[in-house]
Design a protein around this ligand. Sequence first.
Ligand SMILES: [Mn+2]
Length: 285
Amino acid sequence: MASARGLLRVLGAPLTLGSITPSHCDLAPKAIRDALVSFSTCDIMHNRDVRELRVEDLGDLPLAEQSVESAQQPIEQAVTKALQNADAIVLLGGDNSITRPALHGINSNLQQCGLLTLDAHFDLRTLEGGLRNGNPVRALLNDGLPGENIVQIGIQSFANSWEYFRVAKDAGIHVWPVEAVQLQGIRRVVCDALNELAQKAETIYVDLDLDVMDRAFAPATAGARPGGLTPSDVREAAYVCGAHPKVKAMDLVEIDPTRDMNTITSLTAASCLLSFASGLLERLS
Ligand SMILES: [Mn+2]
């Protein structure tokens, strides 16, 4: 469309060697892009065609063979560059170890950053064994991101240890167990979380780990458990995040397409990208 407005950049970050359970998350950017073909651009709910938004796909960073440590600087720099003149970016992971460098890339002052995670897990494992997909939030706390600037939505009972729950509480992280999200409704919880973060931060990073979904909907992730969110929940969350003026980046992580069934997980990730784009149009309107 000639009249396309705004700018959303899409960047693939196929890092996979951070996975505690060996994964093929390096194949996810292609799987998500392929899944997009199964959708139209017509948002019925919001009476909007997402082709009204200008979108640039920057392709993939060459990360598939990289260690998490060696990938830090390339991801951070690429995110900073991708955000220039853009309203927001969506990162196609890769495993969850991309979140730390990507957040650094949106704002070099961590005091000014907010982090919203949609994830079944705290990702607060210790840093002793190096950077992994199980410890990006711990690493960011260690880097100086204030715990009060973090909200974690969809944390699953019986999927996290007391030790990490205590780390979250001691750091002042606002935790939304998945049961509480289901009682309150995803829209209200995400809106409240973004408004809470916006009071403390200039820029907000959204980490969408697809394992926040029920295992029935996220077979491509190693970490999903029964009792998680639905595809409509994460799609709605992505829309609300796209619409919020302080959200600069959202990642879609932890998809291993070789484990997927009937492409359900990749399809859901692709629909989250479309919903984020539609939300961004609402932001720009
Ligand atoms: Mn995670």
